[in-house]
Design a protein around this ligand. Sequence first.
Ligand SMILES: Cc1ncc(COP(=O)(O)O)c(C=O)c1O
Length: 373
Amino acid sequence: MIYLDHNATTPIDERVLDAMLPYLSSFYGNPSSLYRSGRAVRSAIETAREQVAALVNCLPAQIVFTSGGTEANNLAIKGFAYKNSACRMAVSSIEHPSVLAAAQALRGHGYHIDLLAVDGLGQAKLSELERICTSGLDLLSIMLANNETGVIQDMAGIAEVCRRHQVCLHTDAVQAVGKIPVDFMQLGVQMLSLSSHKIYGPKGSGALIIDRKIELDPLFTGGGQESALRPGTENTAAIIGFGKAAELAKLELQQRTEHLLKIRDQLEAGLDEIKGVVVFGRGSERLPNTVQFGLEGIDGEMLLMQLDRKGIAVSSGSACASGGAEPSHVLTAMGIDTGLAKSAIRISLGKSTSSADITRFLEVLKSLVSSPQ
Ligand SMILES: Cc1ncc(COP(=O)(O)O)c(C=O)c1O
């Protein structure tokens, strides 16, 4: 199989698996136990915390391990809302469902939620943000890079507006991390979400990084784990795997990025040879691994199935959101016409994608779009 869907998930790196295995067998102690076998596991978790902190330049103490990006986003948004009952919030219109649905749920409980619009290139409209801030805003949640288009936000510009209006800024960096440098201290955000399985780590592990000046209420109550913000016995092996994946992502970032850019250029040059292909968000800065394109008259879901029959795995939008007949909410928010949006195919490259994979993909794609569906 040629796997071109790394934004949906990535395979576990063998070095990550090796780091995890002892914690699924020999080292089974509860990290909260005070005797030696518990303390050994606690120490491994703290190493993982340092590895994740090093990847995004934050303090280890600012990390709360969660079950993944979805939980981190929910903790940021609902945790903030539960702590500040009269707060006003805004989320961008291109967020992942774990942000949009969390905001929607809060709206159902009477919270005021604004939707921040984006332009045709997928960039948040700063003038609109300024307007929302002026009418009163406490928290903004906006992703660093979009999972469908790969468009990277102008976070410096957004953070500057938020700082002026004293708005707490949360960013979902699930897709950005491991593909571009992500620096919590530099970004000017107060909360940042991560997920392990997008960086060759295990599924079911992630983190919310929190500037401790921000107070949140936990989503669960129970023990005191993770500063009582995420009580429950830690998913030890998954956290340790996440730590190892973070260490490798930091170490290999430049090498991975150079490789991804090279094959992305090859892919886009090939797509340009197909008449009518539109690459969404192309005028924006984008992740080095993501290309989402459309072709009028093509049914994206159908094309996905045809590619699957040829042994090529792609997405027709966000994997988490696909399966419905509705066009992608991201493309709709960017003002892309419904017909073109429904033709969308997302290619997301990974560290083991080869130039030969791209050549084969383009060959198959060209043969499929030139013959009637
Ligand atoms: C931008 C973004 N945020 C959050 C998530 C959810 O992360 P997880 O699968 O770890 O819950 C995803 C997953 O696709 C994502 O792409």
